[in-house]
Design a protein. Structure first.
Lengths: 350, 426
């Protein structure tokens, strides 16, 4: 049976007509029907959908009480049992943008209904929420209200009806940085030849994967006196205690292990092995030092070249592991090492 | 100089009293197939032959290689030269191709990176191999032999089986004949844009190797090869790399880039040459191979180059070097690659990047999870799934469903552009 989609609109104190900066502490509240820019949205939604309620919260209140405000807004939204949420647009207002992003993420994630907001690309809410939220790109100020509303409504209706979306540029939203598989009309080889012909003729072509911006790390200055340092060992070559107690995956690792080597003089093939699935493990299993050189590092310790070895080593598998996971591992491991006064690390990869 | 590919459609496979083709049905004498596949190799201890048809509820795991049966009917040399035939140059005369079927080698795991294939259900959509009539050889070898010997024994057995079945097509009249003028014998004077193909092949050693006329590619310089030599099996896979983007021998024989460039040769482009290059492990080797490849391409005086890839991670560096060095010479490139963007698609997709690599074709995010229903029959050993790249120790759920990454499906993100899968930003 066809029925109108129910929509809830989220606004801040200003667009919600409560007041200006002096009312930014307003706690979440609801008003049935449209408020302020909601009228324009309702016109654009036409007969297909109806804004049944508006939830309003002061920007300061939301940002200063993020967790409780999110919860309170969610409860108010839920009360309307909506099919769709629209938030803002927030243009270039930072606190409003953050609130719109958080509300959309919460509603889409927990109520499993589509949520769309709009922001100027420099709004800090964009970086915080673009991965999980559809954010229509807007002008910096409310001069761009009409365009923003039109695009927000267009995208929201498509999402609510489960229609397939075009590219972010076609739909007008800020790319979420998320890759999604689909079946193209032509096989890859045909697409490659078509793209090359366009490129050679100087005609426009669209790469299917724009180059990422690489996170290049500046090397630290050399250590002058090694004899005073604690050295740690890390490997992405998968050397783990036999039996792989933490179940570190052989590829696409979602975790790393931290293993005690305080009393280990060396790594024997009876007690250590590799879980890495990207290379022939024969040689690493014969002698794990080929990947994690504890034996020679112990020699250096005895010879006084370094003061000592950090009592744990860390191991993961680099094979197909996403850069995002690797970055997360590194941040956690670096925190440990800095806390425990480690000055140098040898990272062995494979 | 030219090669004719005579295409013989196979629409059914059955065990029979003699191996022959009758009314588009390939009848196979099972015992003879087993004996000829075995080939007296004392490393092989058991060998069984099974059939898997499209739409049948069958899961095949772990698969090492897929090979199309072919036979050389006229012209020098034999199929898969240097491995199961002599070393004489191939690529001329007439070759008969059994279309619609394959030989698959399966058996105890050699490396972690072997593949899985479902013949029905949602997984079947991701691989062209699910649409083939497959002769599946389950082979076991002596305990105690090295993994390298294990790989070689199965590789050669698969080639012998494909050559044996190919023989059935020797005196059959093909339904279609495709004619490929050899590139070496054509005039280079063409007003159409000149295109070369840079064919990157994995050659990292340690079960990650490719063979040309039986030679291990990691010890070879980048070099020219004729498309017709590739069609006669001059390039053979010896790779235990991730199933999704491993170029199997079947992919080489039916290289879609070579097919596409051949089809459009003289229409909207001039197909100038194929440069085979390797993807070795050390930085020095990478620099050497990419510099030499760029030099060869420049010498060919082409306007554009298609670069294909095999594997991921480490070979991303080779791919970027090839792209950058060829572009620096004013030659346009398009690179075909898959992506490892994480299960949620939110991570960076490649292990290396270069601003000059501005025209990429993506054949999909191999980290994407997929849930597959149980199949009625398993050929091989499904318990091995937890040890394969793309599987996890907890891939099996209690109701028999499995959740894996596309990575484990053979050919799912083939970087020769064999499939239609792609990935886009949302």
């Amino acid at each position: 049976m066809d029925r109108k989609l129910k929509v809830v609109h989220y606004l801040n104190q200003f667009f919600g007509q409560i007041g200006g900066e002096e009312k930014a502490d307003t706690a979440p509240l609801k008003k049935d029907g449209t408020v302020g820019p909601g009228l324009l949205f309702q016109q654009l939604l036409g007969q297909e959908a109806e804004i049944v309620g508006t939830v309003i919260c002061g920007d300061n209140h939301f940002n200063e009480n993020l967790e409780t405000a999110k919860e309170a807004v969610l409860e108010l939204v839920k009360g309307y049992r909506p099919d769709l949420l629209l938030a803002g647009p927030a243009f270039n207002a930072g606190r409003y943008g953050t609130a719109c992003g958080a509300v959309c993420e919460e509603v889409a994630g927990r109520l499993a209904i589509p949520a769309v907001t709009g922001m100027f690309p420099e709004n800090p809410g964009v970086d915080l929420y673009k991965k999980s939220v559809y954010i229509i790109e807007t002008k910096p100020s409310s001069m761009g209200m009409k365009d923003a509303a039109q695009q927000m409504v267009g995208l929201a209706l498509k999402l609510a009806k489960g229609e397939s979306l075009g590219s972010p540029a076609e739909e007008g939203y800020i790319a979420r940085g998320v890759r999604k598989n689909y079946f193209a009309k032509e096989r890859g080889a045909t697409r490659a030849v078509d793209m090359l012909l366009s490129k050679m003729k100087g005609e426009p072509f669209v790469t299917e994967y724009p180059m990422p911006v690489f996170d290049r790390v500046e090397p630290s200055p050399p250590i002058e006196d090694l004899s005073q340092i604690t050295l740690a060992l890390i490997t992405s070559g998968g050397i783990v205690p036999k039996g792989n107690p933490d179940h570190v995956e052989s590829s696409s690792a979602s975790k790393y292990g931290k293993y005690d080597i305080q009393t280990a003089e060396a790594l024997s093939p009876e007690t250590y092995e590799t879980t890495h699935g990207g290379y022939d493990p024969t040689y690493a299993n014969q002698d794990p030092h080929r990947v994690l050189p504890l034996d020679v590092i112990r020699d250096l310790e005895r010879e006084g070249v370094i003061r000592d070895i950090y009592p744990y080593y860390y191991a993961t598998v680099g094979n197909g592991t996403s850069v995002a996971n690797a970055k997360k591992f590194a941040q956690e491991i670096a925190k440990d090492l800095l806390r425990d006064g480690v000055q140098a690390v040898i990272i062995s990869s494979t | 100089m030219a090669l004719e590919l005579g295409r013989i459609p196979i629409e059914g496979i059955r065990w029979g009293r003699a191996t022959r083709i009758e009314e588009k049905v390939l009848l196979i004498h099972r015992e003879e197939l087993i004996e000829r596949t075995w080939g007296g190799d004392s490393r092989i201890t058991s060998l069984d032959a099974d059939l898997a048809m499209p739409g049948e509820s069958v899961r095949i795991i772990p698969i090492k290689d897929v090979i199309q049966p072919r036979v050389k009917v006229e012209g020098g040399g034999g199929i898969f030269p240097g491995l199961v035939s002599g070393k004489e140059k191939v690529g001329n005369g007439r070759t008969h191709v059994l279309e619609g079927c394959s030989v698959m080698t399966v058996g105890r795991i050699v490396g972690f990176q072997e593949g899985m294939l479902d013949m029905a259900g949602p997984g079947a959509r991701y691989s062209s191999f699910s649409k083939l009539l497959n002769v599946v050889l389950v082979i076991d070898v002596k305990k105690g032999i090295t993994q390298q010997e294990h790989e070689e024994a199965l590789r050669l057995a698969g080639l012998r089986a494909a050559a044996y079945l190919g023989e059935a097509g020797r005196s059959i009249t093909p339904a279609e004949i495709d004619h490929f003028e050899s590139l070496e014998s054509r005039s280079t004077k063409s007003s159409l844009p000149k295109v070369a193909y840079v064919y990157m092949l994995l050659s990292q050693g340690l079960l990650h190797d490719t063979y040309i006329y039986g030679q291990d590619l990691k010890a070879l310089q980048p070099m020219l090869i004729l498309p017709t030599e590739v069609m006669d099996g001059a390039v053979v896979s010896g790779n235990c790399v991730s199933a999704c983007d491993k170029n199997t021998t079947y992919h080489h024989l039916n290289n879609p880039i070579i097919e596409e460039l051949s089809k459009r040769d003289g229409v909207d482009l001039h197909f100038a040459a194929v440069v085979v290059t390797n993807a070795n492990v050390t930085l020095l080797d990478k620099e050497q191979s990419s510099s030499y490849t760029a030099k060869l391409v420049e010498q060919l005086d082409v306007d554009g180059v298609i670069i294909s890839k095999e594997g991921f991670g480490n070979p991303d560096a080779d791919a970027m070097m090839n792209c950058a060095k060829i572009e620096e010479r004013g030659i346009s490139t398009v690179l075909i690659t898959d992506e490892f963007a994480g299960a949620d698609g939110g991570s960076q997709s490649l292990a290396d990047a270069h601003p000059r690599a501005n025209a990429l074709v993506s054949v999909g995010n191999a980290n994407t999870p997929i849930t597959l229903p149980p199949m009625e029959r398993v050929i091989g050993d499904v318990q091995i799934l937890g040890r394969l790249a793309g599987g996890h120790p907890d891939s099996h759920s209690e109701d028999g469903e499995i959740t894996v990454e596309l990575q484990v499906i053979l050919g799912a993100t083939n970087e020769l552009g064999f499939e239609a899968l792609s990935s886009k930003e949302i």
